[in-house]
Design a protein around this ligand. Structure first.
Ligand SMILES: Cc1cc2nc3c(=O)[nH]c(=O)nc-3n(C[C@H](O)[C@H](O)[C@H](O)COP(=O)(O)O)c2cc1C
Length: 388
């Protein structure tokens, strides 16, 4: 697939319509794309990133369609193999030099064995000329990995933002003004990939906002014809503001924890609090991650199993801790038979989440009137914090 996105600027990426899983972890309900772009200047030709190696044939065909014989520079914004994987082939076949920052060059050396002599190292803010077109490199560390950067095409005002602003979204609409669906997919991507770096992201967004941008061309998903849409969405997601929303993640083996969770949901709803409930046994972790982006409160529901949390709950807690959501309040509810220590376990597993822990509610066996009272008190505490 070749698509012109500006004069002498072309999308030459690959669409992976039915890929189901990314990083052997993240479900892809709408497949994904690996975006690569050719920029033809009057003097030099540059390629922005490459594609996932298994899409080599499609990618090489795209270059053939544009009759590309020589590439002067292959810009590597990010060393992860879904973008860098074919750089070696581009160097070999088209005589390209790899243009990237020092950190990325180190990764390219260790991860895909790119040789030092094939690399031109650039500094933050440095520019290279392609004749009538100029590329400016802007370092945006932790817009996935520590080396990740973005490239700005000055004359056409296009930001090649790499994973930043990306979405795992295979669609024939390679360029979009921005639909509700695209924003949903971009939020999912933010939640899964960018949320752990919410704090360093603030500086990066400030840097990007200083540019005059007409189009954002990320490395996954559609090109934005309305950059403001996604920049404003990111600003909201990375801000410290939370929404009146409670995310409940639970498992229950014999319905005891489930009864507690169901009561809590109903009581919170009665009080006007929005609830997102996940029985996590077969949950899509992307759906959980999306709900964590803006939620004020996270509630963990677990039965006691072998003196600790249920192992599936442990997996979910590990994920929450790794994603570092901006959650302000945390609650724990659960049922036990004879004893154990899941409260302390959960607290220690959530050390990255700087949230206030509300009074946990644990019940021996099936919930009784005393248990309901405690849950009602917890619901009031959550509602007070959310609705004030
Ligand atoms: C495999 C298994 C291991 C358990 N281990 C413990 C334990 O270590 N400590 C404890 O207090 N209860 C333990 N229990 C009992 C449950 O925590 C208790 O029955 C609880 O009410 C189950 O809640 P649920 O109906 O929400 O699954 C265990 C139950 C099972 C099935």
């Amino acid at each position: 697939m070749v698509r012109k996105i500006a004069e002498n600027v072309y999308f030459v990426g690959a669409i992976d319509w039915d890929r189901e899983l990314f990083d052997e972890l993240i479900p892809l309900p709408n497949g994904t794309t690996y975006n690569s772009y050719i920029i033809k200047g009057t003097e030099k030709i540059a390629l922005i990133d490459t594609v996932e190696p298994r899409k080599e044939e499609e990618f090489m065909n795209n270059l053939k369609k544009l009759n590309i014989q020589k590439i002067d520079y292959v810009i590597s914004n990010h060393a992860e193999q879904d973008h860098s994987g074919l750089i070696g082939k581009v160097v070999e076949k088209f005589g390209a030099k790899v243009v990237t920052n020092k950190k990325c060059a180190d990764f390219l050396k260790t991860h895909i064995h790119i040789k030092d002599e094939d690399v031109i190292t650039i500094e933050d803010g440095q520019e290279i000329s392609l004749g009538d077109k100029t590329l400016k490199f802007i370092f945006t560390p932790w817009t996935h990995w520590p080396e990740t950067m973005v490239t700005y095409l000055k004359e056409d005002k296009i930001l090649f933002s790499c994973d930043l602003f990306g979405s795992h979204y295979a669609t024939s609409e390679i360029e979009q003004v921005g639909s509700e669906k695209l924003l949903e997919m971009a939020k999912r991507y933010y939640a899964e990939i960018m949320m752990p770096f919410r704090v360093p992201m603030k500086k990066n967004i400030e840097k990007v906002e200083m540019l005059d941008i007409e189009k954002i061309a990320p490395s996954h998903g559609p090109v934005y014809k309305n950059p403001k849409l996604i920049i404003e969405a990111y600003k909201k997601w990375i801000s410290d503001e939370v929404e009146n929303e409670v995310v409940i993640l639970y498992v229950s083996m014999h319905e005891s924890t489930r009864k507690m969770v169901e009561y809590l949901v109903e009581s919170l709803m009665d009080k006007g609090v929005k609830v997102k409930l996940h029985n996590i046994v077969n949950a899509d972790i992307g759906e959980i991650a999306i709900d964590l982006v803006e939620a004020s409160t996270v509630v963990i529901g677990t039965p006691m199993v072998l003196t600790g949390v249920h192992p599936i709950v442990a997996g979910a807690i590990y994920l929450v801790n790794a994603l570092r959501p901006k959650t302000k309040y945390l609650a724990i509810v659960g049922s036990y038979g004879w004893g154990g220590k899941f409260i302390d376990e959960i607290k220690s597993m959530l050390s990255n989440v700087k949230a206030e822990l509300l009074e946990p509610v644990t019940v021996k066996g099936l919930i009784d009137s005393e248990g309901y009272e405690k849950l009602e008190h917890l619901a009031k505490e959550i509602a007070e914090r959310n609705l004030n």
